[in-house]
Design a binder for this molecule. Structure first.
Ligand code: FMN
Length: 435
């Protein structure tokens, strides 16, 4: 399984062929979605954050289009590809989001998925109260998801009857209030959108801390994650599947997708040159700010960028209130692999800590195949490092090679995203079970 995304290298837009002027233009995204669909990529994923960093926007184009709005437009110019939208459970209301995602599922005829994020920052724009702690954010998310599932199930299958002769549009006996009363949300329901084509949009989740894994085990059908090495991928893969089995779900019903941001060329030499070109386009100053934020706002300003970070500056993972698992990736690179600050900056601005293999199309295919065959992944979330060439390598060269090897679909199968991902059909929850 491959998922295309619009995440890319900080310096990529400075290449002469980049379409930076179209960063917020539907035409760019439509081209990406249609090319990904021609390649039979399962879904397009749009990440999201809820702040604007003025220093970062100085050196990196900001695609600020709101994911559900953008994906709704893309649904109109595609037919099969699925759409994953990130929406924060810390900075939104379940009723609105249930409605928006159900609408996207209707508009796309069953191709919507929700990437549940708990947000490591954003409080300045939402009332100014302090960001809830890491574990509290996951507790809120748990309640939030239960409410959303109940809302999506509030219209039983078959509730819309469209009976012209009798003058009956829908059967109110099959449309139920949810009467949800939680610690954070109180929602009467029912949802004001009829049951969507998938019943429930597919649920993706992207946190890998221990709270994140426990949450994923309960709800996720797709898990996005970030690991550097095969061994780390295998350990995460095994561990998450054990968490899933422990809550009584079938581990095969959860697709685990590590992120990969390959820098690839027709030959290894070309890929290495492209990598060098991209590294030379990095703005180290703003990269340092990004790295510091990824490390939970640790102060790095007095350190030599060509030196390493002293161990005492990096707290234990449990103390980090931001993105714990990503902090773990960078801490490991800093302390065990002895990466310099400059190397860590390169890692952050090229892929925010995702795996960045550099090589020919064939070499990248070999590495993906190895992780897939050796129990490190069910597929990948592909983060193209540069447009348009880097993306075209993925769709027009890497995918055909994986297809030749029998590792990737040659056609879409099934009518909905859920079917195309071979995920089980959720059974509609009856009102009694809901209480
Ligand atoms: C592939 C991938 C995509 C992600 N997309 C988003 C996103 O769009 N918005 C966001 O706020 N966080 C995003 N995250 C971050 C996660 O939601 C989460 O905050 C992070 O993985 C740390 O979670 P943890 O503290 O449970 O480890 C993404 C993570 C991964 C691996």
């Amino acid at each position: 399984m491959l998922i295309g995304s619009v995440g890319n290298h900080q310096g990529a837009w400075r290449r002469p062929t980049s379409r930076v002027e179209e960063s917020n233009d539907l035409s760019l995204f439509a081209d990406i979605a249609q090319a990904a669909e021609r390649a039979k990529i399962h879904t397009l994923f749009i990440a999201d954050g809820l702040t604007l960093d003025r220093d970062q926007v100085r050196t990196k184009p900001f695609a600020g289009l709101e994911p559900i709005t953008l994906l709704s437009a893309l649904a109109a110019v595609t037919e099969k590809i699925g759409f994953v939208a990130s929406v924060s459970t810390t900075f939104s209301e379940p009723y609105n989001v249930a409605r928006q995602l159900a609408s996207l599922d209707h508009i796309s005829r069953g191709r919507a998925a929700w990437n549940i994020v708990t947000s490591a920052w954003g409080e300045i724009n939402f009332g100014g109260k302090p960001l809830p702690s890491h574990s509290e954010r996951y507790r809120i998310a748990d309640e939030y998801v239960r409410a959303i599932l109940a809302l999506w199930d509030s219209w039983e299958p078959g509730s819309v009857v469209n009976d012209r002769a009798a003058g009956i549009f829908a059967d109110p006996e099959k449309i139920h209030p949810i009467d949800f009363v939680g610690e954070h949300f109180t929602i009467a329901g029912p949802l004001n959108v009829p049951r969507s084509p998938q019943g429930r949009p597919v649920i993706a989740q992207a946190g890998s801390s221990s709270d994140g894994k426990a949450f994923a085990a309960k709800y996720a059908e797709i898990v996005f994650t970030a690991q550097q090495s095969l061994t780390e991928s295998q350990a995460f893969y095994r561990d998450l599947r054990e968490h899933v089995a422990a809550v009584g779900r079938n581990p095969d019903d959860v697709k685990i997708l590590p992120g990969v941001s390959p820098i690839l060329g027709r030959t290894e030499k070309e890929a290495i040159e492209l990598h060098r070109e991209l590294v030379n386009l990095i703005d180290v100053e703003s990269g340092l700010v990004r790295l510091s934020r990824q490390l939970g706002h640790v102060d790095l300003s007095d350190l030599d960028v060509d030196g390493t970070i002293p161990a005492e500056r990096l707290p234990d993972i449990e103390q980090v209130q931001g993105r714990q698992s990503r902090y773990g990736v960078f801490k490991q690179l800093a302390l065990e692999e002895k990466f310099t600050i400059r190397q860590l900056i390169e890692m952050e601005v090229s892929s925010s800590g995702h795996w960045v293999p550099v090589g020919s199309v064939e070499q990248i295919a070999d590495q993906l195949e190895e992780r897939f065959q050796q129990g490190g992944a069910d597929g990948f979330i592909l983060l193209p490092s540069f447009y348009p060439e880097g993306f075209t390598y993925l769709t027009d060269e890497l995918v055909p090679l994986l297809q030749e090897r029998g590792l990737f679909q040659e056609e879409y199968s099934g009518d909905t995203l859920r079917e195309r991902l071979r995920l089980p059909q959720p059974s509609p929850v009856t009102p009694l079970q809901r209480s």
